[in-house]
Every structure is written in C-alpha cells, then in structure tokens.
Design a protein around this ligand. Structure first.
Ligand code: EPZ
Length: 427
C-alpha cells in the first residue's frame, strides 16, 4: 500500500487550484439514471470514489466516456448515457467499497419503478444507518423491504405518487435520495428539515437544468413538482469547499499564505469564521480565497453542525491546526459518533488532545514531531498530512487509499506551494 513521506517545517506559499467537489459529484453522477439522454459533467475530480461510482453506473448499463484531458489537467469531463438500464441491482461487492452507492436508490426507483441496493454497512466514523433514506422514499409512495442484506424498493405501477416528509435529523444523503426520487413522481412532494449543504444546491441546480421543477432551493423546505421525464444536460460540478478548507489549514499551520483558486467564500463562511477566530487572515479575492497566517494561532471553541454550521468534514483538519494554538480549544462533534480516529495519531506526533465522548480538548503545544502514522478514514488522513507539514522532521502517512478517496493529486498540489511530499509504494 502507498504511503507519503512529508518533510515538515516548510512554509507554504503560492496558489492551489481547488478541484470539483467529491460530495457534489457523488450525487450528480446517479442523476444520469433519470434520463435516457446524455448527461455531461465537467470539473469532475479524479478520485477513487468517482472511479468506483463510474464502475457502479456501468453495472447498470450506463455508458461513461471521459473526454480527452491532458494528464496534467485537474478534473475531467465525463458523459454518461443511460438509454436503457440493464440492471437495477447495486451489488454488495461494489456497495461495501463505497457507501455513497446508496445514492442510486432514489434515481433507480424513479426511473425503473424498482431498485435493489446492498445495505452499505458502517464505516470508521460511525454506523451510518440509512433509515431516513427509506422513510423518505416510503413517504413518497415507495414500498420498501429488506432481504438478505439488501434494500428492495418498489414504486406503485403508475410510478411514485410523491408525498410529504419531514426529516427528524438533517441528512445530506437522505435529502439527495428523496430529491432524485421526487423529480419524476406523478405528483408534488415536499421535504422539510432538508439538508441545505451547497452540494444539495448543486444537485437541485443540475436537476432544474435537466427539466425538474424544484422550489425552495438552498432552504430546508423543498417543494418538487414531478415531471414525466427529464432531458440531458451539461453541468459543471461545484468546487470542493472541504478540499479548500483543508488546504487553508495546511497553509495556516505552516505560517504560510496560499490562494485557493476556485474556492467560493460564500460556501465556506463557517470555516472562514473558525480560521479568523484562530488568528488566520482569510479574504475573498478575484481568484477565490486568500489565506495567510498572521501571528500566533489562538484557541477556539466550536461544535460541528449541519450547513451553514461548521462542517463535520472539516473537524479533523481544523483540529490539526489547533494543536499549535496558544491555549486549549474545545471541539464538539455532533454529527458522527466516532470521528476522533485522528486523535491518537496526532498525539503520537506530540499533540496534547483529550477526548471524552463527542468532545475533544486540544491543548496547544509548541511544536509537533514527525512520526510514522496510520490513516484511518478520509478526513483523519488529511489531518495527519496537515500536522506533518508543520512537524519537526519527517512524517510518513500510511494507508493512503483513504486519502485518495477525497483529495485529487494531493502531493502535486502541495508541491505547487513548496511542500516536500513524496509518495512511495509498497509499505
Ligand atoms: C454526507 O454523508 C457526506 N458524504 C459526508 O462526507 C458528510 O460528513 C455528511 O454528509 C454530513 O455532512 C457524501 O456526501 C458522499 P448524513 P451522509 O446522512 O449523507 C445520521 C466525507 O468525509 N443518519 O448527513 O451519509 C448519520 O448517522 C464524508 O466527505 C441517520 O441516522 O451523512 C449522521 O449521524 C464523510 N439515518 C447524521 O445523520 C440516515 O438514514 C448525518 O448523516 C442517514 C443519516
């Protein structure tokens, strides 16, 4: 398995191009099932999860073609065509590798009137149930049964009638599945306490470009008027606000200054505020966002929350930055039950972090020391990279496949701003 070796202590400076958003792409890709016309996605990030989803779509008979792009380009253009669906089953061997596969349930049900998807199971950060996905689809008129580790969903003969559902807990994936099912329903649907993440807005904007009728985009109350069919579209995936926030933490921890090209200030306000509270300068500039460390880092207190709150996907990266702040920070993870897997590894690098349930107290230390560390999940692995960039000496981050799921060509992007990072295989 690959690992990366990071030489710590180098100040980052320059510009980093931000890629298309993984968590937008993973909900835009299954929309190809909603039409028999071509759907072309631009600015698609080159990530393991995207490759996995492409393979899953091919399983259903969806053809996928990548437009020519030079190896040095970031992002790709992919056209997906689904004139005929040859299978409505998402098998265990694919779903277990990528839990976002559950996002084919709603669109497959809408297109075919039935869908069979393996239960995704849990992952390192939590048991990740899908009960809200199923309850929302039932509210839209689906019949749901579970058998042998699979979810089977059926629509009434005339198609999903649509309906009303109020989410007891904000769920990004369940909101996405419900939206993708409702757009082809025979009637009107309304979703309340829906997720408002920018990735949901990206999904709604693309569905509208395909002919869907959606009101309340960007709010937690969505109304969808079902239409008989959707047409194809060409759509540019939004920039990745979590990737941008991750590199902002990397710049700040090294005392550097970096412009994050393509980042959207208005999609990252909670992250911007947290960085500013920690003493980092963050400004919107023509090309995106400019981040500069100015003076000592300061301890902060914050909780993760659904958008527009501070993103859980940024918690591990911010925690790495706060390891070097003056004073003790208090972070509370309210979304997932086990999202502190990075803490023991950061402590092995000389951090002083104490966790108790959902709360972590990060006591600032003077410096971190490079070490061999193990990535456990996507954002935890980025947290270790950020710490390694500032640590004294060399850090080796093992099990890079976690990182490759969500960060496009990480070592090349870091090298653009002066980091010494090398990927080596076979550890
Ligand atoms: C999406 O996951 C993201 N993944 C996650 O990003 C992100 O952390 C999460 O939203 C929250 O923002 C993708 O978009 C592919 P949820 P999702 O449903 O949809 C509970 C990353 O690092 N819940 O909003 O699975 C759930 O257990 C990944 O890029 C239920 O109880 O998240 C959690 O506690 C990690 N029942 C909370 O809701 C359900 O049916 C929020 O989960 C669904 C969720």
């Amino acid at each position: 398995m690959d690992k990366i070796i990071i030489e710590g202590g180098r100040r980052l400076s320059g510009s980093i191009p931000v890629s298309g958003a993984k968590n937008a792409a993973l909900t835009l890709l299954p929309c190809a099932l909603l039409t028999d016309e071509p759907l072309t996605l631009r600015n698609l990030p080159r990530l393991a999860d995207i490759d996995g989803f492409q393979h899953l779509m091919n399983q259903f008979g969806v053809s996928t073609t990548i437009a020519g792009s030079r190896p040095e380009d970031f992002g790709r253009v992919m056209t997906l065509e689904a004139p005929r669906i040859t299978s409505s089953v998402a098998p265990y061997e694919l779903v277990r590798k990528m839990r976002a596969s559950i996002l084919v349930l709603g669109p497959m049900l809408a297109r075919m009137g039935e869908a069979t998807v393996s239960l995704p199971g849990g992952c390192a950060i939590g048991n990740r149930p899908i009960d809200l996905h199923l309850k929302a689809l039932e509210a839209l008129g689906a019949e749901i049964e579970m058998a042998a580790g699979y979810v089977r969903a059926h629509a009434p003969d005339g198609g999903l009638p649509g309906g009303r559902y109020s989410f007891p807990v904000v769920s990004v994936g369940a909101t996405e599945n419900a939206l993708m099912a409702a757009v082809l329903a025979t009637g009107r649907s309304s979703l309340h306490n829906a997720a408002r993440e920018p990735e949901i807005v990206d999904l709604c904007n693309m569905l509208v470009a395909m002919g869907a009728q959606i009101e309340g985009i960007g709010t937690s109350d969505l109304t969808i008027h079902g239409v008989p069919r959707l047409h194809g579209a060409t759509y540019r995936v939004m920039s990745d606000r979590i990737e941008a926030g991750s590199y902002a933490c990397a710049a700040a921890i090294t005392g550097g200054e970096v412009t994050l090209e393509g980042a959207k200030f208005e999609e990252m306000e909670a992250t911007v505020q947290a960085l500013r509270d920690a003493g980092v300068s963050v400004e919107a500039v023509a090309k995106g966002i400019h981040v500069a460390a100015e003076g000592p880092l300061k301890a902060i207190t914050l909780s993760t929350a659904p958008y527009p709150g501070f993103a859980t996907d940024m918690q591990a990266q911010l925690m790495a930055l706060l390891c070097l702040a003056e004073g003790s920070s208090v972070l509370t993870e309210t979304i997932f039950e086990n999202r502190y897997m990075h803490v023991p590894e950061l402590n092995r690098m000389g951090a002083h972090i104490e966790t108790k349930g959902r709360t972590a107290v990060v006591h600032g230390v003077k410096h971190l020391t490079g070490a061999e560390v193990m990535a456990t999940d996507l954002r935890a692995s980025m947290s270790l990279v950020i710490a390694g960039l500032a640590a004294q000496g060399e850090t080796q981050v093992h099990r890079l496949y976690h990182l490759d799921r969500g960060y496009e060509r990480l070592e090349e992007k870091l090298a653009l701003v002066g980091a010494r990072v090398e990927r080596v295989g076979g550890d």
